[in-house]
Design a protein around this ligand. Structure first.
Ligand code: FAD
Length: 320
């Protein structure tokens, strides 16, 4: 098998959870492969965290890497990553931007948003992806004879907590030849803070399009209060302007790490599930027994939420 390089994502000096998930993904590909991490524009804290889990952490740093500009990072990776290797990264907007062009420059195979691997046969990997919003799984054979660039969906592989490696940082910043770019970063505009910080909530009652009408939200809010939690939602609820953007869970919303996640009338799109981290206990209520959310739920209840919410609210109130 080939050497595996894992691109580590970080933000505000914190390593993303995907750093450990991608180790599991790499081990599923080949338990005996050499696995190295690549981290660009990171603080010492991030590097120190990374060497707890990776034997070799390749550092690329410099003024050009203060902001993750896909154009510049792509060029740098071409200089650093050996051809014919396997390159894994988490699937996010940066990966969408950077990875396809990188695979072309490496003359390597490419697969995006992979949710599983089904083994290696010679120079072939079978990758599993979800299509049609999670309704079907597709399997593709990837020829890896000239290497592969693969983005992996967050949250689908378990975090590898073994932290068995006591690694070292290898600084390859000086090996980067060209950091010129046609697209230059100007500024980050932070979203306005909302009335609640759902990223800190231990219990989330989250509503989706199944809530049907704005007037029905009040009852879900009461349930969240009864349960001692906060109200969250999927994106259509924010698009309809029924709740503030600060309550949206997902890839273009908040990343939450509750202990309990009650999903009410949410189908379970990958964009929504991508915002749920930390392996919470997920209870899903949906009137469609085939809703994709049931694939990730610890408890699945097939019911009409408009009937279910008042009953649960009453029962919890009684129990209290
Ligand atoms: P639907 O998919 O319409 O599902 C509604 C569910 O409710 C269905 O499963 C239905 O069976 C069920 N239902 C209906 N009525 C009832 C009832 N009375 N009782 C019980 N169940 C009922 N989405 C996010 O959530 N967060 C994001 O951050 C996000 N980012 C995105 C970024 C991009 C670039 C794109 C393209 C999309 C993004 N989306 C995001 C949208 C995402 O693709 C889905 O469209 C969205 O998550 C669907 O929300 P939903 O599950 O509430 O609605």
């Amino acid at each position: 098998m080939k050497d595996i390089y894992i691109y580590l994502t970080h933000k505000d000096g914190v390593l993303d959870d995907s750093a450990l998930e991608l180790i599991s993904a790499a081990k599923k590909l080949d338990g005996s492969a050499k696995i190295s991490a690549v981290v660009v524009g990171a603080s010492d804290e991030v590097l120190n965290e990374a060497v707890k889990s990776y034997k070799e952490v390749i550092k690329i740093d410099g003024d050009a890497f203060k902001y993750p500009n896909a154009e510049i990072i792509r060029k740098a990776l071409v200089d650093i990553i050996p051809k014919d290797s396997i390159f894994l990264m988490t699937y996010n907007t940066f990966a969408m931007d950077m990875a396809p062009g990188f695979s072309i420059k490496m003359d390597a195979s490419y697969a995006a948003d992979v949710v599983d691997f089904e083994g290696v046969e010679g120079d072939t990997i079978k990758v599993v992806r979800q299509e049609f919003g999670g309704a079907v799984y597709s399997r593709s054979k990837l020829d890896i004879s000239k290497g592969a660039v693969i983005s992996v969906r967050g949250g689908v592989f378990p975090a590898d907590e073994s932290k068995s490696e006591s690694g070292s940082v290898v600084d390859k910043s000086n090996d980067v030849k060209d950091t010129a770019a046609n697209r230059n970063f100007i500024e980050i505009v932070a979203a306005e803070a909302g009335d609640v910080d759902i990223t800190q909530s231990e219990i989330l009652v989250s509503i989706g399009r199944g809530i049907e009408e704005e007037d029905n939200i009040e009852e879900a809010k009461e349930l969240a209060e009864t349960m001692g939690g906060d109200l969250a939602c999927s994106r259509p609820i924010v698009d309809a302007k029924w709740l503030d953007k600060s309550r949206q869970v997902g890839t273009s919303g908040q990343t939450v790490k509750p202990k309990v996640y009650l999903a009410l009338g949410i189908s379970g799109s990958f964009q929504h599930l991508g915002g749920i981290k930390g392996n919470p206990f997920i209870v899903a209520v949906n009137k469609n027994p085939k809703a994709p959310i049931f694939q990730v739920a610890d408890v699945g209840i097939v019911a009409d939420i408009l009937e279910f919410i008042p009953v649960l609210n009453e029962k919890i109130g009684d129990a209290k």
